[in-house]
Design a protein around this ligand. Structure first.
Ligand code: SIN
Length: 274
């Protein structure tokens, strides 16, 4: 579907997730469309602009226009596996697995804004799963069975995907992050519900380890079926924004020495996992 609202052209990219927008940079930075973009993010999970080619300053200014909280904490983070550009490149490898940012916190960021500055010749898409739509599509009896379940999230669980045989020093460092217990079903202020899954999810309180892991895996399979997923194949200068509170995301594999470089800014959240 393409709709044209004077200066904002909107095309839905799949039925359940992701909308492409076209607008000029000065309108975006003026905040003219910030309400509309905020609403679209919540409804569609992902908003993409093709080949916008914002400068760092423009990306920061645009990010600020989307903030609805009092938190003013803006910076550009380089997302790359290149250790010369990013000393924490090893942690970034966790990006290859489905995750929600901020599951070790009580209040996650609302949204991330990411632009492509250098591409990998192969791989390196970013994929998004709409966790509102995945919850909505569950059969009613399964929704009822999930109600009230609490999931234990641990930083070490996500790191074990990348480094399955850590030294004891490394494991202890990971364990310096305390586990966080979050609801499996997040009831948002709007009344909508989404699934809280991802690579930090370790087990479910009150269930055996195996039963809990089987349920978390089944739900991840469910939420990452093609109808709930948008896969963004990057062109240079694209800018993609995702609602981190209603989606999971991951990068598809790409060579670690490809030079792929993304610049990410974030929009603070003010809604705790409930
Ligand atoms: C991320 O997980 O925040 C980054 C995803 C990507 O590099 O495509």
């Amino acid at each position: 579907m393409t709709t044209q609202n004077t200066d904002l052209i909107r095309t839905d990219l799949t039925p359940l997730i992701a909308t492409q927008l076209e607008a000029n940079i000065s309108d975006l930075i003026s905040g003219k469309f910030s309400n509309e973009i905020g609403e679209l993010l919540e409804q569609r999970g992902v908003v993409a602009f093709r080949e916008l080619n914002l400068t760092d300053e423009q990306q920061l200014a645009f990010t600020q226009t989307l903030n609805t909280t009092d938190i003013q904490d803006y910076k550009v983070t380089k997302i790359t596996m290149d250790p010369l550009e990013n000393p924490n490149a090893d942690y970034i490898k966790g990006a290859f697995y489905w995750h929600i940012d901020g599951t070790m916190l009580d209040i996650p960021v609302f949204a991330s804004v990411m632009s492509s500055r250098r591409l990998s010749e192969t791989g390196g898409r970013t994929e998004f799963s709409n966790t509102y739509a995945a919850y909505d599509a569950l059969p009613e009896d399964e929704k009822a069975a999930l109600e009230g379940l609490q999931v234990v999230h641990m930083f070490e669980t996500s790191q074990l995907y990348v480094n399955p045989e850590p030294s004891i020093e490394t494991l202890k460092m990971w364990q310096s992050f305390q586990p966080n217990v979050l609801p499996l079903v997040w009831t948002h202020r709007s009344g909508r519900k989404s699934l809280v899954l991802g690579s930090t999810a370790s087990h479910i309180e009150g269930m055996s380890l195996r039963e809990g892991r089987a349920l978390l895996t089944k739900l991840r399979d469910w939420a990452t079926q093609p109808e709930f997923v948008y896969s963004h194949e990057w062109k240079l200068g694209d800018l993609v924004i995702w609602d981190n509170t209603g989606t999971m995301h991951r990068a598809t594999p790409y060579p670690l020495d490809s030079g792929r470089l993304m610049y990410r800014t974030q929009i603070a959240g003010d809604e705790p996992f409930m």
